[in-house]
Design a protein. Structure first.
Length: 358
């Protein structure tokens, strides 16, 4: 990951919002003064133009919810997106984690109604979760194809930053395949992220990042913070979303079986290594071998001390880059790794294995 982005902060919000002040006369009622100002024009379209941000917002907002989660650590808020008409909602794991062990999750719908929710399944590895409310006839949003997203695409972020329900911000996709690690050291999510300059703030977590066709291309999850920042303080124009293709695969697993899996190649990487590529450990770490015997990397001929230079032609320079690139795939997919042993380089085909997520 590029140096300088010292903190990637998850963006669930503490309960509460912002208060606005209103100026009124002594009766508490605002009374306009006739100052002979020009009257507002009555011309103009009655409905937003197709493809406009206003049209996308109007179509998207009814399908975006706010979540209030109560747990041992207090109350937090986040966002979610309806993905099935029978009450299934996709959000971030870090939004609902506080309600997983005896806590409460409450969903606020766009029409103002509040319903209790149950956690269907969650995974800290992908920072995704599915909750369900007892409701029918909801309007789900379409999970689009995040592989078709390109840098410069216009996008719209929808959610409840700082408890402000139904907030819409706009921007562009500013980078792709950004390796993002977020969360605690014992509960780290590895995200092959879509980067956007659309304003994302605490409380936006779990809300959709939508393209100009109104389809969800990402689930807003994290923001970058300057060096020295200990928690998410607000948008600096560097927000990160989990791609919709990954979100779809994981949501389907969570709905069907309550748990998720992720792909692995079966090696331990040396975080102390400096130089081109990433290096497989040269020796065992405890009872773990550098290359898992009989695993995908072992079958492909990768050995302890080998240096992995690229995956599918994309160079990797840090361990996180390789991990998120692999986790963006599905178990059973094949990838091509460029591997160096000594002075010799070669391309090897590796079929990804499957591991259960936490």
């Amino acid at each position: 990951m590029t140096a300088g982005v010292a903190v990637i902060a998850l963006v669930a919000g503490a309960l509460g919002g912002v208060a606005a002040e209103r100026v009124a006369d002594g009766t508490g009622v605002y009374r306009p003064v006739d100052a002979n100002l020009p009257a507002a024009s009555s011309s103009g379209a009655d409905a937003p133009e197709d493809g406009s941000v206003a049209a996308i917002a109007a179509a998207t907002l009814p399908s975006v919810v706010s979540l209030q989660v109560s747990g041992e650590d207090g109350v937090a808020t986040g966002s979610g997106v309806i993905i099935r008409e029978d009450g299934y909602i996709l959000t971030n794991n870090h939004v609902v984690a506080g309600g997983a062990d005896g806590g409460d999750v409450v969903v606020l719908l766009a029409d103002g109604s509040e319903l209790p929710a149950t956690i269907v399944g969650r995974t800290s590895d992908y920072d995704l979760a599915v909750v369900k409310i007892d409701a029918e006839g909801l309007t789900p949003l379409v999970l689009g194809d995040s592989d078709k997203v390109v840098v410069g695409d216009s996008v719209v972020a929808v959610g409840a930053p700082l408890g402000l329900d139904g907030t819409v911000t706009t921007g562009i996709v500013s980078a792709l395949n950004r390796p993002v690690t977020a969360g605690e050291s014992t509960d780290t999510a590895f995200i092959n992220a879509i980067q956007t300059d659309a304003a994302i703030n605490p409380g936006n977590s779990g809300g959709p990042l939508v393209d100009m066709d109104g389809e969800v291309v990402g689930i807003n999850s994290a923001i970058a913070q300057p060096p020295g920042a200990l928690q998410a303080t607000g948008s600096i124009g560097l927000g990160f979303a989990i791609g919709s293709n990954q979100a779809r695969r994981t949501a389907e697993q969570l709905i069907e079986q309550g748990t998720a899996t992720y792909p692995v190649i079966g090696v331990l990487l040396d975080d102390r290594y400096t130089g081109e590529g990433v290096q497989v450990l040269t020796e065992a770490e405890g009872d773990q071998q550098p290359v898992v015997p009989g695993g995908p990397a072992d079958d492909a001929g990768i050995r302890a001390g080998d240096v992995i230079l690229a995956i599918d032609g994309r160079p990797v320079t840090q361990s996180d880059e390789l991990i998120v690139a692999i986790r963006a795939k599905a178990p059973g997919d094949a990838v091509t790794l460029t591997v160096r042993t000594g002075d010799e380089e070669r391309d090897v085909r590796v079929v990804l294995d499957e591991q259960a997520s936490e």
